[in-house]
Ligand binder design. Structure first.
Ligand SMILES: Nc1ncnc2c1ncn2[C@@H]1O[C@H](COP(=O)(O)OP(=O)(O)OP(=O)(O)O)[C@@H](O)[C@H]1O
Length: 355
């Protein structure tokens, strides 16, 4: 991956509060990267520093080899789309889209051809004489998208652009944005707090927590190999078993759980040294129920509850006082509530994270 956008030790404080803390990461040309994290984790601040509406307190931002963190927004050639569409109500759609071009002194003929092209991209050419109030929310958001694309930026920054739309429209717009990303070869940085949206749309996702990136990885990398407890719990759902790392050899870690049982976990370099505390993260669909207490990674459990979800059943398990969740196929053998069983998982199906 070539480095197209590079954050080099970027921090941002408001007064004494550090809201972005030493960010170091690269984004490749043409990549779609989402910023995902809880409210207040610094996603918007990161995006605003890239757009030029905020200046870092320290550190450097490079875009296509140019240092940009002190450049004003209009010199960065980035398209920006916000949650609120921010269209001018007194202008027609065509005038709204032409506005940034007019501000840059572009001639009328060139402006018109670019507006037509941008409207064609979002398939709303027939609405160009209307005013924003005469459009639906989804149409207004597509116009805002067209406006961000009109000066053919190489980077498009989007801050929760779909969160005001209903579910169906949101899913439709997700597909449209992905399609535009692919066909135009755009580099997209997309802020969302919807993990489903981040996982389905992105090449990679940066999980932010308290101003730091906990993990920047592909969607499957985050789900299957979370590196921290925060990521394991934030992305999807997981079971966390506390224990002590006893040994690591040949790619297999041995972890002694609180109740004295030892489980094996296939992993590269473990996150802790032998003797230190770790957590074993096992996704609910990786927990298998059986009856062989001698099986590998076997935990005796009692079935506390079963909840039918149509395509699957969720079992709530009690494992020596700890609550676990298993997701089973409807066709699996039925397990009556109150019965005992053995919950097991393969060493390949778990991950070690720091507590
Ligand atoms: N101009 C400002 N002055 C003071 N504090 C600010 C300013 N802008 C943001 N903050 C604070 O910085 C922190 C990070 O805010 P930011 O908007 O980047 O978070 P976020 O992850 O985008 O959150 P959300 O999902 O709620 O939009 C928050 O605690 C916020 O209150």
């Amino acid at each position: 991956m070539d480095s197209f956008i590079h954050f080099d030790a970027v921090s941002k404080s408001f007064g004494t509060m550090k809201v972005v803390d030493g960010l170091d990461f690269h984004v490749g040309r043409g990549e779609f990267v989402s910023l995902l994290g809880p409210s207040g984790s610094g996603k918007t601040t990161l995006l605003m520093m890239l757009a030029g509406f905020e200046t870092p307190t320290s550190g450097a931002i490079h875009v296509d080899g140019v240092r940009v963190e002190r450049l004003p927004p209009y010199k960065r050639n980035m398209g920006v789309v916000f949650q609120s569409y921010a269209l001018f109500p007194h202008m027609t759609i065509a005038e709204n889209i032409a506005f940034p071009l007019k501000m840059r002194g572009m001639g009328r003929a060139e402006r018109e051809s670019r507006v037509t092209r941008a409207l064609d991209l979002v398939r709303l050419g027939e609405l160009k004489a209307r005013r924003p109030a005469q459009l639906s929310g989804g149409q207004q958001q597509r116009i805002a998208l067209a406006r961000s694309l009109v000066y053919e930026p190489k980077v498009v920054l989007m801050d929760e652009p779909l969160s005001a739309l209903d579910k169906q429209l949101r899913e439709h717009m997700q597909l449209e944005i992905r399609e535009l990303h692919r066909t135009l070869g755009l580099t997209v940085i997309f802020v969302t707090h919807d993990q489903g949206e981040a996982l389905t749309m992105s090449d990679r996702v940066a999980v932010l927590n308290r101003g730091k990136i906990e993990q920047l990885d592909t969607p499957s990398g985050l789900y299957d190999h979370p590196r921290t407890r925060f990521v394991a719990e934030f992305i999807g759902e997981t079971n966390l078993l506390e224990g002590t790392l006893r040994a690591h050899a040949d790619g297999l870690a041995q972890v002694e759980l609180a109740q004295g049982r030892v489980v094996a976990c296939r992993t590269g370099a473990p996150p802790a040294a032998a003797g230190e505390r770790v957590m074993v993260s096992v996704r609910p669909e990786r927990l298998r129920l059986g009856s062989d207490p001698g099986a590998a990674n076997a935990l005796p459990v009692r079935i506390e509850d079963d909840v039918y979800h149509g395509d699957h059943v969720r079992l709530h398990l009690d494992c020596g006082g700890q609550r676990l969740v298993a997701r089973t196929d409807r066709r699996d053998e039925a397990r009556p509530v109150g019965s005992d069983a053995i919950a097991g998982f393969a060493p390949e199906d778990c991950t070690l994270v720091l507590p």
